[in-house]
Design a binder for this molecule. Structure first.
Ligand SMILES: Nc1ncnc2c1ncn2[C@@H]1O[C@H](COP(=O)(O)OP(=O)(O)OP(=O)(O)O)[C@@H](O)[C@H]1O
Ligand SMILES: [Mg+2]
Length: 383
């Protein structure tokens, strides 16, 4: 029998590849069930979307109506309102009732509905507001759409849980009015729990400051990394369950090499598993892991080279220093001399540029390279 690779990266992980997070799952589920408005914040690729999907699955088993929308998938404010309205109307609605339900709910804003009747595709239906053009019309539409969950929960006598993922994008729509409108609408909806999830911590945190509408709107969850020991044991468990024995320390080595970023951990484990399987071997050791790393670095060579070429010379020097110094004390005279860095203020602006380009971030007072493969490439290839 063919065994599937038990490791998943680059997409939302299902129950089988999901590690740890018991406390976070329980807390988020409870908050949503109580109709709280939760902010979920973490750097990219820590597992927000996976956590949300998992919790939503649990909630829908408990007869709670769930809706997930990715805000960043929309290219405009009205586009977002359309996709949000569509998701709300379609939630758990049988296809033959969609048309009536949509016009009942959205009567006053007269949506244009399209149904794709191609056989085999269930309820491909879209909803548009072509008449909405001006900012004022958009604001009116937004008020209607944001009130929908309350109406739906009341009409169906069901609690709801709504996830707005990549929520930081909302700040780019309509100069902040959208935050006011959404906050005003959600605070009256006691039957509806919301989770607003975002991956740019600085943008998300700014939304929660005193002068912004979402200030004190509800609990804030800052998703941390998965605990190292649990992640490592989880990885080893999956190797074992798929018939591969492993050298002691393999799980820890994977977690460490991946800087314990969930995506990077799963990537390394997935690729190592593939390599060992392709070689028809039954055991995996630290050497194999190293071979896989070398292969991955080779495959990414072009991407990393391009990224490196785009950096200014001071940025390159600072990036190397981050990697070699573990991201600490980069402004000190000592580190600057050792790595031939420019003056402190130039180092500071290079750091800011690296963060802005999503190459590095600050974590617990030190700088880290976001992509652990890029970090390894910098160590090995650059001077
Ligand atoms: N609980 C988990 N157990 C195991 N692996 C996980 C877990 N959560 C996330 N991952 C790994 O991290 C990857 C990214 O997860 P996910 O897309 O949920 O993160 P995210 O925080 O939503 O990222 P982004 O900010 O880029 O949207 C997954 O594809 C998976 O490989
Ligand atoms: Mg996500």
């Amino acid at each position: 029998m063919k065994t599937h690779n038990p490791f998943v990266y680059g997409e939302i992980v299902g129950a089988a590849a999901f590690a740890d997070r018991d406390a976070e799952r329980a807390r988020l589920a409870q908050d949503l069930m109580e109709g709280q408005k939760v902010f979920l914040i973490s750097p990219r690729r820590y597992g927000k979307s996976s956590l949300i999907r998992d919790v939503m699955r649990t909630l829908s088993q408990q007869h709670i109506l769930t809706v997930e929308v990715t805000v960043a998938a929309s290219s405009s404010y009205i586009g977002f309102l359309e996709s949000y309205a569509r998701a709300l109307v379609a939630a758990d609605t049988p296809p033959n009732r969609l048309r009536r339900w949509a016009s009942e709910l959205l009567d006053s804003v007269r949506p244009e509905l399209r149904f794709d009747a191609r056989p085999g595709r269930d309820a491909a239906f879209s909803l548009a507001f072509p008449a909405v053009r001006t900012a004022r019309e958009a604001a009116r539409l937004a008020a209607e759409v944001f009130a929908l969950p309350g109406k739906i929960a009341a009409a169906r006598r069901q609690r709801m849980a709504i996830a707005l993922d990549e929520f930081q994008t909302i700040a780019t729509f309509d100069g902040g009015n959208v935050e006011h409108a959404l906050r005003a609408a959600v605070q009256d909806q006691r039957q509806v729990g919301y989770v607003f999830a975002g991956s740019e911590p600085s943008l998300m945190e700014r939304m929660l400051t005193p002068k912004r509408p979402f200030y004190k709107a509800g609990p804030v969850m800052r998703l941390e990394k998965i605990r190292e020991a649990e992640f490592s044991a989880f990885i080893e468990g999956r190797f074992k369950a798929t018939g591969l024995s492993f050298e002691p320390g393999l799980g820890d080595a994977i977690v460490e090499l991946a800087a314990n970023v969930p995506y990077d951990v799963q990537r390394l484990a997935h690729e190592a598993w593939d390599d060992v399987r392709a070689a028809r071997r039954k055991a995996i050791g630290l050497d194999d892991l190293h071979q896989t790393l070398i292969r991955l670095l080779g495959e990414q060579q072009m991407v990393f080279e391009e990224s490196w070429q785009r950096l200014t010379l001071p940025q390159r020097a600072v990036l190397r220093a981050i990697v070699l110094e573990g991201g600490r004390e980069l402004l000190s005279a000592d580190v600057r001399t050792r790595h031939r860095l420019p003056g402190a203020s130039s180092v500071q602006s290079a750091l800011a540029a690296l963060v802005k380009q999503d190459i590095c971030q600050k974590e617990d007072g030190r700088y880290v390279v976001n992509d652990s493969l890029y970090r390894e490439w910098v160590v090995r290839i650059t001077y």
